[in-house]
Design a protein. Structure first.
Length: 215
């Protein structure tokens, strides 16, 4: 069952903590955008990122390539975060204290960004469907999106794909869309608090709410 649609839909992007200051001042860009942070620290699977640059978005509008979009998840505890924390599949292993969640309200982003779509699973999967209407948000499996345990089983061999449903915004998401930041521990919060103070913003910084954002 897809689960009940949340009253407030939030979307999450995990980034290296050293990227946060640029994101808070300039916003979020896709990797090859001319205004993207030249010192951006990549935390994901480099091979997968390169593959996304040639993978077509499966709906028109907006169409284009996945690499032209800023991707978000609809929930926490993504498989990618687990891979980062373990170094699985050759991904650079990092402490979770280095990883911050950039949190946006879906409605805020839609109001300020005209070109977007979303998926019912990992975007680079042949069976994943793309959507460009808010009325189709019920196609997302909201139960698994928020689930901590998402390993495929004999009863459900598609959990991991559905867990990674994506919200995709073409080119750029302005900093004004950022509603909050989630961090791993008090030390990380102090770092982000200082950055928020420097850039003169009033954004809530929260440590791992309900212990449900980090492994």
């Amino acid at each position: 069952m897809p689960g009940k649609l949340p009253e407030i839909i939030r979307v999450y992007r995990i980034v290296h903590i050293d990227n946060v200051e640029y994101l808070l001042t300039k916003g979020m860009f896709h990797r090859y955008h001319p205004k993207a942070d030249p010192d951006y620290i990549n935390i994901g699977d480099s091979n997968l990122i390169e593959q996304r640059n040639t993978y077509h978005v499966g709906i028109n509008p907006p169409n284009g390539l996945l690499g032209d979009y800023v991707p978000f998840y609809f929930g926490p505890l993504s498989p990618m975060l687990l891979n980062i924390s373990t170094g699985y599949r050759g991904i650079t292993k990092r402490s979770q204290s280095e990883i911050a969640y950039i949190v946006c309200n879906f409605n805020d982003v839609v109001a300020k960004c005209t070109t977007w779509c979303f998926t019912d699973g990992h975007a680079k999967n042949a069976i994943t469907c793309f959507y460009n209407q808010q009325s189709d948000l019920d196609k997302i499996d909201w139960n698994i999106v928020f689930e901590r345990f998402w390993k495929n089983t004999e009863e459900d061999y598609d959990k991991m794909r559905r867990k990674q449903a994506e919200f995709l915004v073409q080119h750029h998401v302005p900093a004004s869309c950022i509603a909050g930041i989630i961090v791993y521990n008090e030390q990380a919060k102090e770092i982000i608090d200082n950055i928020v103070c420097i850039v003169g913003l009033n954004i809530p910084i929260v440590i791992n709410p309900k212990s449900n954002y980090y492994y």
